[in-house]
Design a protein around this ligand. Structure first.
Ligand code: IPE
Ligand code: IPE
Ligand code: MG
Length: 257
């Protein structure tokens, strides 16, 4: 598996992350500070998504993954969950046309079966419409949980063992990885969380193994080009070692032979 890690420490071109994954947090507080209802913050959050998708394309990022709704967000008041689902429906319909026009390929990851039939249909339609686009890949994590992702991968492998296709002893990290969401895309290079909390909140647990982390106090609806550029500048200054020494990375050595 170590051979598959990207080598951002040695190539100047690799100073722009190929894959950026963002926890879009702070919508509720943004609205509450303005004496508005929390849903107004979520609506303003959709505008921020539009801005960030545009900047990501301009900066040459290949994959942008956004955490929109976690498997734990069902625990919120019924009313907020209902309004979020409505907003998801409307945004899918309205934004997908724009995404398609901009050559963006949309993918949804998460336990989609947990959504209403109507929403599931709309998700499948949006993915099909943009499937052949060749620009930015926009991944939206909805009803996603990192632990759910790991468990569904384990289930796939267990089924193959049951069917006699593989032996339990054959299972390694690489095989597991092939069953995880996003396995066919470059691994996330840069993780950003807005809203001031410094936690992962069950986002991409497996995929973030060697990801660079960036936290900002900016609330998601205020997120803009400047914040992305600050995060990209911070990323560009870092040396990614993937377990090696700094000297090895500078000299481009693969081992100490
Ligand atoms: C993130 O904003 C959006 C979702 C989780 C759907 P929040 O709604 O968590 O905003 P805060 O953290 O309460 O401010
Ligand atoms: C994480 O934010 C989930 C999304 C942004 C979709 P939360 O606001 O739900 O995270 P916690 O509950 O503060 O950890
Ligand atoms: Mg929050």
């Amino acid at each position: 598996m170590s051979d598959t890690y990207p080598d951002n420490g040695t190539s100047p071109a690799a100073k722009v992350p190929r894959h950026v994954a963002i926890i879009m947090d702070g919508n509720g507080r943004w609205a509450e500070r303005r004496q508005m209802l929390r849903i107004a913050g979520h609506k303003a959050g959709v505008d921020a998504v539009r801005r960030v998708v545009e900047v990501a394309g301009k900066r040459g990022i290949e994959v942008l993954t956004l955490f929109a709704f976690s498997s734990e967000n069902w625990r919120r008041p019924k009313k907020e969950v209902g309004l979020l689902m409505d907003l998801f429906m409307v945004a899918l319909e309205r934004e997908v046309k724009r995404l398609n026009k901009n050559n963006v390929r949309l993918r949804i990851i998460g336990h989609i079966e947990g959504f209403s039939e109507k929403l599931q249909k709309r998700i499948h339609r949006a993915q099909a419409l943009t499937a052949d686009n060749t620009g930015l890949t926009l991944v939206v994590a909805a009803n996603y949980g990192g632990r759910w992702d790991i468990a569904q991968a384990a289930k796939q492998l267990a089924r193959r063992v049951e069917a006699g296709e593989i032996r339990a002893d054959d299972i390694d990290a690489e095989m597991m990885n092939a069953c995880m969401c996003l396995h066919d895309l470059p691994e996330p290079d840069l993780f950003i969380r807005s809203g001031g909390e410094m936690r992962i909140s069950n986002f991409l647990l497996w995929q973030l193994a060697y990801c660079e982390m960036y936290f900002t106090d900016i609330l998601w609806p205020d997120f803009n080009e400047g914040v992305i550029d600050d995060a990209l500048a911070s990323f560009a200054k870092r040396q990614r070692r993937f377990g090696r020494t700094g000297k090895q990375v500078i000299e481009g050595e693969n081992n100490d032979a």
